[in-house]
Write a new protein. Structure first.
Length: 336
């Protein structure tokens, strides 16, 4: 028996419980579960931490996947593993209750910290090459802190069960919003940028955020998977932003919301060449029209205008799933 996130009592069948316990009842596999409790890791990470060969680690991972305890996802040529979302709840208290102060878990944790430090250094080196371009772009619009405050104000205190940040980049929006969500996921097409995001989130103590590599035009998630979908400063890079919003809207759960943040129309042509911008901003009615076509109602539009002449205006669009309004109207008509 276990308690799920909603507080509902869940049960595990005897055969399933037996299979789970058999999968976990081996030293290396239990050490792997303890490590993945701290966040997702690659095969290479686990090989370095546990000091075992890749074939042996891969075999243990395969058994844990088959038992439904962990799940695997690809990121380019890499494979990452994390604890499975629907794993049997009886394993969590076991892992959480393990005494971490003595070997082998204390040694595993020390090597995990070393792997994370190396990952952070690699990400820092990569991002240092991009920093001048990012700094120049940031100087062209209102401060990030102003945008983030507006995002939090627009979303309010409504609970978030599942959040996805499409085109997460460095993970800045995840760092802001993941603490508000029961489950947070970031998607980006760039393995290098996901490495930056992973390092940034780990530094913030958010290592259990799910990061995926994938195309924003074909996000690898089932329909209606999230009650909050975020598309932050992504659309101006895309050839077909309307299609991206349609795909993003597909992920919105009934009654869910989507937050879009991007530039208002501007005439800074140099951004096409210097920053690979495909679009020079978007009119409020243009994004609202695309959201409407995708089945969402725009419930709030907010312009964040800069104080300095020549800077860019940042616009926020908050949209809600139309199905919520339709279901409410139907219920009112039925009562009448």
């Amino acid at each position: 028996m276990s308690i799920d996130r909603t507080g509902t009592t869940a049960t595990v069948s005897f055969p399933n419980a037996l299979g789970v316990l058999r999968a976990a009842a081996e030293e290396t596999r239990l050490r792997i579960l303890a490590l993945l409790f701290e966040g997702e890791l690659s095969v290479s990470d686990l090989t370095d931490i546990l000091g075992q060969s890749q074939p042996r680690i891969s075999r243990h991972l395969k058994l844990l996947v088959e038992a439904g305890l962990i799940e695997r996802h690809r990121e380019g040529a890499w494979a990452f593993f994390r604890l499975a979302e629907g794993r049997a709840g009886l394993v969590d208290p076991l892992i959480a209750g393990l005494e971490r102060g003595s070997a082998p878990l204390s040694e595993d944790r020390a090597r995990l910290d070393a792997v994370r430090t190396q990952r952070a250094e690699t990400a820092k080196t990569f991002f240092a090459r991009l920093a001048p371009k990012w700094d120049r772009l940031r100087s062209l619009h209102v401060p990030e802190a102003t945008v983030e405050a507006a995002v939090l104000a627009a979303l309010g205190d409504r609970p978030v069960r599942g959040l996805v940040d499409l085109g997460t980049g460095t993970g800045r929006m995840l760092g802001l919003l993941a603490p508000l969500a029961s489950r947070a996921t970031g998607l980006d097409s760039s393995h290098a940028m996901l490495s930056v995001a992973r390092a940034n989130l780990e530094r913030m103590g958010l290592s259990r955020v799910d990061l995926r590599q994938g195309d924003i035009h074909a996000p690898p998630f089932p329909r209606g998977s999230f009650d909050l979908v975020v598309v932050h400063q992504v659309l101006h890079y895309l050839d077909d932003p309307a299609r991206a919003l349609r795909e993003a809207a597909r992920l919105v759960a009934p009654g869910g919301r989507m937050l879009v943040v991007d530039f208002a129309p501007h005439d800074l042509e140099f951004l096409r060449e210097a920053q690979a911008h495909r679009r020079l901003g978007f009119a409020a009615e243009q994004i609202a029209g695309w959201l409407d076509e995708a089945g969402l109602d725009t419930i709030e539009t907010r312009d964040l205008s800069p104080t300095d002449r020549g800077q860019l205006t940042v616009t926020l669009w908050l949209a809600a799933d139309k199905r919520a309004a339709t279901e409410t109207d139907s219920a009112v008509r039925a009562v009448a």
